[in-house]
Design a protein around this ligand. Structure first.
Ligand SMILES: [Zn+2]
Length: 115
């Protein structure tokens, strides 16, 4: 798990690798040495268009009232997309913390829309 989605968290439209599977060479089916560039574009699109994803807090933040282990729907923080996510609401009860968190404070769990 990493703080943010990686290319493995999106499918590849080039070789049809599913989420979690590595890219393969066409037509041999061998594992590709690195993910196809198409896949980075998919990931970039998902992260920049406000797609929600679920993160887990790694630490308590008494200031804000969030606790380690809680899961939140989040998007990339638009003013600082390279360093922070905006927490939208707690998955458990919908509480809205109205705050941003650094990537290293959270762990990416899954896309909000995936089951
Ligand atoms: Zn691929």
């Amino acid at each position: 798990m990493s703080a943010l989605p990686t290319v493995l968290d999106v499918s590849c439209r080039w070789c049809n690798a599913e989420r979690g599977n590595r890219c393969t060479r066409i037509p041999s089916g061998d594992i590709a040495p690195q993910p196809h560039s198409r896949r980075f574009i998919e990931l970039s699109a998902a992260m920049s268009n406000g797609t929600e994803f679920i993160v887990k807090m790694l630490h308590d933040d008494d200031h804000i009232g969030v606790k380690a282990g809680e899961e939140y729907a989040a998007i990339r923080y638009w003013l600082d997309p390279g360093a922070k996510v905006s927490l939208l609401r707690r998955v458990l009860d919908g509480w809205e913390p109205e705050c941003n968190q650094y990537f290293h404070c959270v762990e990416f769990i899954r896309w909000a829309s995936s089951s």
